[in-house]
Design a protein around this ligand. Sequence first.
Ligand SMILES: [Zn+2]
Length: 341
Amino acid sequence: MGRSLFLSLVAFSCFIGLLQGSPGDADPVYKACVEQCEKTGCVGSKCFQHCNFSSDGSPVDGPWYLQEPLYVQWKQWDCRSDCRYHCMLSREEERQKLGYKPVKYHGKWPFKRIYGIQEPVSVALSALNLAVQFHGWVSFFILVNYKLPFRPNKKAYYEYTGLWHIYAIFAMNSWFWSAVFHSRDVELTEKLDYSSAVALLGYSLFLAIVRTFSVRLEAARVMVAAPVFAFMTTHILYLNFYQFDYGLNMKVCVAMGIIQILLWAIWAGVTRHPSRWKLWVVVLGGALAMLLEIYDFPPYWGLVDAHALWHATTIPLTYLWWSFVRDDSEFRTSILIKKTK
Ligand SMILES: [Zn+2]
């Protein structure tokens, strides 16, 4: 379940950006501001150098090699992003004076940027999650390779060792792209973040099935892996190359997350595993954390919103999750050693 948590956590990262049109960007004052800014390059007294291109699309100044179409596109894109950001800030300031609550713009709450980072708190927490995953993985690695005894053929007794190593890679990859996406939200970073989250969810689903049903035979594992990975790959390809459908993606993520949670929850209920309480804590903690994702409130001080808090809750859960994995490896090893004696 822990994993499922994760998964669900991850699944919930799928929630970001669900809304493409939001009340904020439908506001006529905001719209007029962005339109004006894209023409003049200024919001009030603030002007942006990114908007310094002439109407035919070539830069006003700068060396010849910068006059590439791609560079111009980049510039126009940056200009729009700056305009939207500063129009949002000025509009939110006005609204606050009038006593209105914050509204979303283009699917996102009005966050204050720090050093150009869009959601600094979510970035910091994603980085921390990555660090905790790494710590969990290294401690597992050390336990299995240096502390626990080996089989006579020099392999670890624990049958799921390799699978957890791969899991760690998927998890760290997913948090890395989460940090990148929260720093700068563009199509590419969004696709990478969502795809990594789906890949992690799919892999964890496979792992949940294999572990809870104690699938040890290579051939049987392949039979579990084939349909799960085929589905996951198809979904990722669909999102990236056919249609980026937030609603569909959320359904897929939630479905994969719920199946894993149920698998772990039921298993934690029937097994006599000594560390099953850790699974319970992770499952319950994850379920509570999900509430944060559903109860979506605007950011405090323009920095901390529900999604950021949700990323905070996954940190202790991840720690406990890896602690369960370590316990599991010791538990299985002790059982297998007793059997061979
Ligand atoms: Zn996130």
